[in-house]
Design a protein around this ligand. Structure first.
Ligand SMILES: [Ca+2]
Length: 392
């Protein structure tokens, strides 16, 4: 997924990794806004003559385009790639010549290979520092504008999927700063690199490589079906695309046409992005009306920290069990139905922060497997919602 992951991996704040995308490798890079319109044509289906120019602002996000990082060497045609072309074409019922020709145009990007590796000298996780990168005035104000510009779609998504508008706004804000940073890697290059040259130094190289081969298949399937040019679509170095940074498999499974124009366009239709994020959460168990988390107090020396932290972010303990182990709750938390998790957020040299996470907190981590990411989404959501009060 998005920028969150970049920060997550480079600074090692993110506990695990990625994404909607479900288990993307780890770390999409900083993105440039630039390619939206180019990309938007791509996966969007049909009706070419009716397609409007994108109205998404193409602000340059004041980051230089790292052209050097985007060019590589031609992907070598090997016995492995040949076998893959044959096998994938058959299973997906794609024209093997088209698959072959498409892959032959992919570039192997050494920058992408480097980016998926864990940092060589990880720094301590620090929620306070991580938070400061996302809960800040520019992102909050952009969130307010996004909410104002998409008020009815957000309200409809909340009605139809039960996911609060604020959470959807939080996700799109953390992922791409509301479309300003959607990534400038050619998706074909990124996925082909990771599908065939995943760095063996990675602790789970074999599984990750298999994952990216599968994502490459989904990408070719999507482009083939929509008639999009697979060479023109851009996104993160890990293959995530559009406003919500969906991986191809997530696009295939969870993206929806929420503006009703007959095609799914996560690059330049904020409405499609909004509906797709909400649909994703609903599919991953979002429960309407449930809080994401509650404050928790752990002052007692009797608190059974090892036991409470053992399940990590997986909600496991009833309110009674949670409290019984010395994790004190108050107010509405005491009425909570369903399991809780003790979420620990490290603060470098300072004392960690803790919250009691619900199943909806856990649902946010299905978008990006990190409690730091989830908490940033929640706090950005809350900050934008506060700003929205009293606004037209
Ligand atoms: Ca649409």
């Amino acid at each position: 997924m998005g920028l969150a992951l970049l920060l997550g991996t480079l600074i090692t704040y993110a506990t695990t990794t990625t994404s909607v995308s479900a288990q993307t490798a780890s770390t999409p890079p900083k993105k440039q806004a630039k390619q939206h319109s180019a990309s938007s044509a791509k996966l969007a289906k049909a009706k070419p003559q009716q397609r409007k120019k994108s109205t998404t602002p193409k602000k340059q996000a004041n980051r230089p385009v790292r052209v050097a990082a985007m060019t590589g060497i031609a992907l070598a045609s090997t016995a492995q790639t040949q076998a893959w072309v044959e096998d994938a074409s058959q299973r997906l019922q794609l024209d093997p010549i088209w698959v072959q020709n498409t892959l032959a145009q992919a570039q192997r990007l050494s920058s992408v290979e480097r980016l998926v590796l864990p940092p060589s000298s990880p720094t301590a996780k620090n929620w306070t520092a991580y938070r400061a990168r996302f809960i800040e005035p520019i992102r909050i104000q952009a969130g307010v504008r996004f909410w104002q510009n998409n008020r009815s779609a957000l309200a409809r998504a909340e009605r139809e999927y039960g996911v609060p508008a604020s959470v959807i706004v939080g996700i799109i804000g953390v992922e791409t700063l509301y479309g300003q940073n959607t990534g400038n890697y050619r998706i074909l290059d990124a996925l082909a690199t990771l599908a065939f040259h995943f760095p063996s130094a990675h602790p789970r190289a074999a599984a990750r490589q298999a994952f990216f081969q599968s994502e490459l298949e989904q990408f070719l399937l999507l482009t083939s079906r929509s008639g999009a040019d697979p060479l023109a679509i851009r996104g993160s170095y890990a293959g995530a695309m559009g406003l919500p940074q969906f991986m191809p498999s997530s696009w295939a499974k969870f993206a929806v046409d929420f503006d009703g124009d007959g095609r799914i366009d996560l690059f330049s239709s904020p409405q499609d992005a909004i509906g797709s994020v909400a649909n994703y959460f609903k599919a991953f168990g979002w429960q309407s009306g449930m809080s994401t988390h509650y404050p928790v107090s752990l002052t007692s020396s009797q608190t059974q920290m090892d036991n409470l932290l053992a399940p990590d972010i997986l909600p496991t303990f009833s309110v009674a069990s949670f409290v019984g182990q010395g994790a004190a709750l108050s107010g509405p938390a005491l009425q909570h139905q369903g399991p809780l998790a003790l979420i620990e957020l490290l603060n470098g040299p300072d004392a960690p922060s803790y919250v009691a996470g619900t199943e909806n907190f856990y649902a946010i981590t299905r978008y990006n497997w990190s409690s730091y990411y989830a908490m940033a989404v929640i706090e950005l959501a809350e900050a934008v919602a506060r700003e929205m009060q009293g606004k037209p």
